[in-house]
Design a protein around this ligand. Sequence first.
Ligand code: KIV
Length: 274
Amino acid sequence: MSVQNETRRLTAPDILARKGGEPIVCLTSYHAHTAAVVDKHCDVILVGDSLGMVMHGLETTVPVTLDMMILQGHAVMRGSRRALVVVDMPFGSYEASKEQAFMNAARVLKETGCGAIKVEGGKRMAETIAFLVERGVPVMGHVGLTPQSINTIGSFRAQGREESDWGRIEADTIAVAEAGAFSVVIEAVAEPLARKLTSAVPIPTIGIGASAACDGQILVMEDMLGLSPRVPKFVKRYGELAAGIEKAVADYAADVRKRAFPGPEHVYPMKKKP
Ligand code: KIV
């Protein structure tokens, strides 16, 4: 008889049930091997369209394609076992109509095996979110700063700086929750507004640069590891990997230049002829 140690993967309803409870730990990942590490400590792994900037050196997330998201989503699913994997819908893949959103979201779920998708936008996306959820697609919303709108908003500045903007952001958050999203990312809003939004909705709020008033937090992993060249000011650094990698590469280059690189005989002693 074989005994299998099966790990049950978290689902969108599991995350929804965490509203107001133990903080929800979320991080981005785009690769199988980093996903395996993140999976040991996080509840949600987001395959964010930030991969356009982090992996491809793009200036914004706008050029990211659905195929890029599916490729990396599949890698993250292969690397992880327990966390809920959420894949971002990239710009242009869901805004034209709710039917377009469903066709593309269904492709993401089928081809990656992930458990949910994320879309940016509040009130304007509510009808689409309801359409997706009714048809079996778990949706994470994303309000506040929505980076895919960079060409209309003009900069990645914090949102809700004027109290007069709070009502709009609150209406967006409530619309996403009422449409059936199981959680909502709140990006770049200050603590008093984050607190107001968190108490206004029955779904978990996941902050990024949105204070400890949220039900959980997400960061871009490369930002908090010190790997990204430009990092938002609110990001706490948990590592300085760029410096570590640079040192390792410099040591390697020096070894190669000295011809200090071993052949296979160091690992597998060569057999002498009898
Ligand atoms: O793409 C991304 O990584 C995101 C997070 C910043 C929330 O959307």
